[in-house]
Write a protein that binds this ligand. Structure first.
Ligand code: ATP
Length: 585
């Protein structure tokens, strides 16, 4: 289940799913978690001894005991205080280690899920959302797991033990303590209901102010040149006013909560002393019991403060965790195909395909095309004709709004990512060099490839420069390492494709950054390596079209001409005109 999200944005997990995910994380490190709870319980137990013995001291002194007896009890109090300190320190050490391990799991799971997302999901949602979830949200979850979570856990155990101790001393005093604390419960509920929106508003107002100031300062010259000073000042003044308003609101919420909490800590103690005083006089209770109960309730303020302090943090990080967990649902948002999942052949078929980006007009309008295995097809046409869009549909990145795009009878977009990569790969101008060696960068496509395979792939795409690198395949690439130029980056990307060995390759201006000589060399080398495979090249240079088996001409979202170079030139249509103008005839 997921909460409705804005069109295209990544989903957010429902609270029930978030709870299940949190429990799963705890179970994965269940022994450490149990050890933390047990040690905390022991520490809290040791902490209860002090007030109880203080009560005993009061009773013994009242019964006429001497200094020796008091000293003995005081020493025992000291010993238990030490034990409590050591146990709680060790528990918090284990708690923080548990938090770090769990955070590492959350991070790894996030990376796995992000990498498994279909490209279309990321493109629709935008990388900004994914990046925010992977950084700010995971960091918020991390803070909770590392700090807030263990501390709240410790505080909850302590509070339970303290209240249990007061009830054990005397149920009436226990009830008095709980009733006195009800104020905190109501105040916290009142506060939390309002705090989330109030703090979100404050955060948004701060961002808006920062944006206004940044826009005004970076565009200072334009502001000055166009005489926009007054408008900018007014915009900034409004942003500052909004900041002040939202801040005053959160300040008001805090100024109601904290006094109520402070008074609520005193009420149970006062109540216990009043009732205890009456009971002591009637002989129903010893003075020591009343002193111990009052001390326990005084102690309660520490764990409760801790819980209150972290409540907001827990709330906001559970929202972050819902966003992090939402990633698991993203791939399932894609409509699942109902047909067979194993293609019967390598034949690509587009039938009556329409496509529109979001709610825009159709940019593909009834495209029909069959690409035979081993064929080399070039797609040409003016800018905006829909060539790239058709390439994305053929590669399974997007699915058609109407009509079908299939490989061997199976909708391409229904193939799972691994199976899809074995069959169709889309190579665009956008290439990424990962931080790591040349070998790491290539083995992404074929983890079991040998160095000889890697060299062969590099040679196939004309990347002879590998021989000039100081450490060959071991040369570090990426920031801080050896810098590849645009053409070399593209060759690395093409070498990855050679290694992945798909049956169909869709080149969307893949060789555009290479100088014409290198590009032709690369295309020829690529064609040699991919002999017997399907190559669909979205071509800007008509030489590519000339070398292809067939040429498809796209215009305004339609496939208007389809045939061999010679047939189309002879037909004297759009392609012939393009060819002649390119040739300068
Ligand atoms: N992400 C997008 N969102 C909205 N509209 C888009 C998007 N990408 C492309 N379009 C629109 O779809 C139409 C077809 O674009 P497409 O990129 O497929 O054409 P093209 O023939 O490949 O053009 P070019 O040769 O300039 O790359 C254009 O009108 C373009 O503005």
């Amino acid at each position: 289940m997921s909460t409705p999200s804005a069109a295209g944005s990544l989903p957010v997990a429902e609270p029930s799913r978030v709870r299940r995910a949190a429990l799963r994380l705890i179970r994965l490190d269940g022994r450490a978690f149990a050890a933390v709870i047990a040690l905390n319980a022991l520490a809290a137990g040791a902490g209860l001894v002090g007030p109880w013995l203080l009560g005993r001291i009061v009773d013994e002194v009242k019964a006429g005991a001497g200094v020796g007896a008091v000293d003995r009890l005081a020493l025992v109090i000291l010993a238990f205080a030490l034990v409590q300190l050591l146990l709680s320190r060790y528990a918090s050490y284990l708690g923080h280690r548990f938090g770090e391990r769990t955070l590492a799991r959350v991070r790894e799971q996030f990376a796995d899920r992000a990498l498994a997302l279909p490209a279309s999901v990321i493109e629709r949602a935008g990388t900004g959302d994914l990046t925010t979830r992977g950084t700010a949200d995971v960091a918020a979850v991390g803070t909770t797991l590392r700090d807030a979570g263990p501390e709240v856990l410790i505080a909850a155990v302590q509070a339970a033990f303290i209240l249990g101790a007061v009830f054990t001393l005397d149920p009436l005093l226990g009830a008095c303590g709980v009733l006195g604390l009800l104020g905190i419960w109501f105040a916290a509920r009142w506060y939390l209901r309002r705090a989330v929106t109030a703090y979100l508003d404050e955060g948004a107002a701060n961002s808006a102010l920062a944006e206004q100031l940044a826009a005004t300062t970076t565009g200072a010259r334009t502001v000055e040149a166009l005489g926009l000073e007054r408008r900018r000042l007014e915009a900034c003044r409004q942003a500052v006013e909004e900041c002040r308003r939202t801040r005053t609101r959160t300040l008001f919420l805090r100024s109601v909560l904290f006094p109520i909490v402070d008074v609520s800590y005193v009420i149970p103690v006062a109540g216990v002393l009043l009732i205890g005083g009456v009971m002591t006089q009637g002989g129903g209770m010893t003075l020591g019991t009343v002193v111990a109960a009052a001390l326990y309730l005084r102690q309660l303020s520490h764990p409760l403060d801790t819980v209150l302090f972290h409540l907001e943090n827990l709330q906001s990080s559970s929202a972050s965790f819902a966003r992090v967990e939402g990633l698991a649902l993203a791939s399932r948002q894609e409509p699942a195909g109902a047909g067979p999942s194993v293609p019967a052949s390598d034949r690509l078929e587009v039938a009556g395909a329409h496509y529109a980006y979001d709610s825009g007009p159709d940019v593909l309008r009834g495209v029909d095309l069959t690409v035979q295995p081993g064929e080399r097809l070039a797609i040409v046409g003016p800018s905006g004709a829909g060539k790239t869009t058709l390439g994305r549909l053929l590669a399974g990145v997007d699915r058609p709004r109407a009509g079908t795009v299939t490989v061997g009878g199976v909708p391409v977009a229904d193939l799972d990512p691994d199976r899809l990569r074995e069959r169709v790969i889309l190579v665009t101008q956008e290439h990424h060099v990962f931080l790591g060696t040349v070998r790491d960068n290539l083995r992404i496509a074929a983890p079991s490839a040998t160095d000889a395979d890697l060299h062969a792939a590099l040679t196939a795409v004309g990347a002879d420069w590998i021989g000039d690198l100081p450490d060959g395949l071991d040369t570090d690439l990426g920031p801080g390492g050896h810098r590849l130029d645009g053409a070399q980056t593209q060759q690395v990307a093409l070498a990855r494709v050679v290694l992945a060995d798909p049956h169909t390759l869709i080149l969307d201006e893949a060789t555009a950054l290479l100088d014409p000589g290198t590009a032709r060399h690369t295309e020829r080398a690529l064609a040699a390596v991919l002999a017997g495979r399907t190559v669909i090249a979205i071509a800007h240079r008509l030489q590519t079209a000339h070398d292809a088996d067939r040429v498809a001409v796209m215009q305004d979202g339609r496939l208007t001409e389809l045939g061999t170079h010679h047939d189309l030139v002879a037909a004297g249509g759009t392609y012939a005109a393009l060819w002649h103008s390119w040739h300068g005839d």
